[in-house]
Design a protein. Structure first.
Length: 283
């Protein structure tokens, strides 16, 4: 069943777990996520970056959403991840996407608020929930590239004002995580996250969870993180499995079987993240 992200995350916030959000790229990644979440009876969010929407085609993506609604009896929410083009977001809202992230974090504080507020006001009549980011993560996500020198941590006091003035439903925070692979040992500002939690009352979102030690992820969930984004680990499992199968089967010529190992690897990643987030045991 397709449900609103607000419902999913508010439940997570009240019960102290997090909902894993997986970036999908094709039918195989989508089914791997949904089938594993179904088997573990876990709510899940399916996220699509602008690049994924372009690659899959928005019409195909919407039809996949409709098929999932009919085929899976777990709470599922489709979500636009790191979208910046306002017209694209509005168009996809019209097409039925129930949850969006407008990323204007690279603008000034006031301009970020203005842009986010425009999407919040547009989305409200459709019942669509909105996520925004305050601060900037380093690394690469889709077409977004941010150097470590340009990373900006979320200011707790500003977070309060940002949430109040925009009216967003969830806030993505910058506390030291990064998109893509970590170059060294991840160091998160857990105290900053605790301070942010004290300042805002909406669900908090952790981007850049791929490669984080499990203990660090658990600490963030204890301090208000209700949504954990996973992208790179899923892509790595897909590529590793595909290479493994083709290497072991050099004469293979049926694409229906190419993804056997890739899907198995992705399902393991999904299962591990679901268990880490505690969403399979939410009471």
């Amino acid at each position: 069943m397709i449900v609103s992200r607000s419902r999913i995350l508010v439940d997570a916030q009240s019960k102290g777990y997090a909902v894993p959000a997986f970036n999908i790229h094709n039918l195989e990644t989508l089914k791997a996520v949904l089938e594993t979440a179904r088997d573990l009876r876990s709510p899940v969010m399916i996220a699509a970056t602008p690049g994924t929407v372009r690659y899959m085609g928005k019409e195909f993506l919407i039809k996949m959403m409709e098929a999932a609604r009919k085929s899976y009896d777990i709470p599922v929410c489709f979500h636009l991840d790191h979208h910046e083009n306002l017209d694209d977001i509005k168009n996809l809202i019209h097409m039925g996407v129930p949850s969006v992230m407008i990323d204007a974090s690279h603008y000034s504080f006031d301009e970020n608020i203005r842009i986010v507020r425009e999407i919040v006001e547009y989305a409200a009549p459709f019942g669509v929930t909105v996520e925004a980011e305050l601060g900037r993560l380093s690394g690469m996500e889709d077409d977004l590239v941010v150097d470590e020198r340009d990373q900006i941590y979320t200011n707790p006091k500003q977070a309060n004002e940002f949430v109040t003035r925009t009216g967003i439903d969830s806030l993505a925070v910058a506390i030291g995580t990064a998109h893509g692979l970590y170059k060294g040992e991840p160091k998160l500002d857990i105290d900053r996250l605790s301070a942010i939690q004290q300042e805002v009352d909406i669900p908090l979102v952790l981007h850049g969870a791929s490669g984080l030690p499990d203990e660090l992820v658990r600490k963030t969930i204890e301090r208000g993180i209700c949504k954990v984004n996973v992208a790179t680990e899923l892509k790595m499992a897909f590529v590793k499995g595909l290479r493994s199968y083709l290497k072991a089967n050099p004469e293979a010529n049926d694409p229906r079987y190419y993804f056997t190992d890739a899907v198995a690897g992705m399902k393991k990643v999904v299962a591990d993240k679901i268990k880490l987030c505690g969403s399979f045991n939410r009471g």
